[in-house]
Write a protein that binds this ligand. Structure first.
Ligand SMILES: C[S@@+](CC[C@H](N)C(=O)[O-])C[C@H]1O[C@@H](n2cnc3c(N)ncnc32)[C@H](O)[C@@H]1O
Length: 179
């Protein structure tokens, strides 16, 4: 059976372009409060001086920044102009820059660099290495760069095998359909 082509971040995703206005309905900003507080605690614990500035690479709708900006001056970088437009609506006080996390160079450093779930779009070792290099190029001495993928190999469960959905997803679909 022919393998599905890999999705890479050079293949535009409609959710982040013409469907971007739907994004906050799928993943509301309020849902990010707890994890943003956790990231802030980690930054405060591990930065060698009290952190003041944050660079968010792949910032999307700015939903983490919405909770972090009270404590940190946030600069938000995303590939997609539609996502930056969304984020500007809720984070007008933050700087927004269109750029690719694999290549962008802003010519300055930050106490904290966050690459949240957008790191999952780095689907080759070369892209991943480039994104990590970008994060480190923007991390101030004594600062912290943090990567927060949605999935890690230790807990990853494959839901699709050889063209068929696997049991966990069928079970959850069944639970949703049961009265
Ligand atoms: C799930 S969203 C991020 C959500 C974000 N963490 C938040 O707080 O709202 C993923 C984002 O990654 C961005 N992205 C994907 N590849 C990228 C790249 N190479 N450079 C910069 N941003 C990228 C997409 O445009 C999209 O906005």
């Amino acid at each position: 059976m022919a393998k599905e082509p890999e999705t890479t971040s050079s293949q535009p995703l409609r959710l982040y372009r013409d469907l971007a206005d739907w994004y906050p309905l799928l993943t509301p900003v309020g849902n990010y409060a707890e994890e943003a507080a956790f990231y802030l605690r980690l930054f405060e614990t591990h930065c060698q001086q009290p952190p003041r500035t944050l660079l968010d690479l792949g910032s999307g709708g700015g939903h983490n920044a919405a909770h972090l900006k009270a404590a940190l001056a946030c600069t938000l970088v995303d590939l997609e102009p539609s996502m930056l437009t969304l984020s500007r609506r809720i984070n007008p006080e933050c700087e927004h820059i269109q750029g690719d996390m694999r290549a962008v160079r802003l010519g300055c450093v930050f106490d904290c660099v966050l690459v949240h779930n957008a790191i999952s779009y780095m689907t080759s070792r070369t892209d991943l290495a480039s994104a990590i290099a970008t994060a480190f190029a923007h991390t101030a001495p004594g600062g912290v760069a943090m990567f927060q993928p949605d999935f890690v190999s230790e807990t990853f469960v494959t839901l699709f095998h050889d063209g068929y959905w696997s049991l966990p997803i069928l079970a959850s679909a069944g639970a949703m359909l049961s009265p």
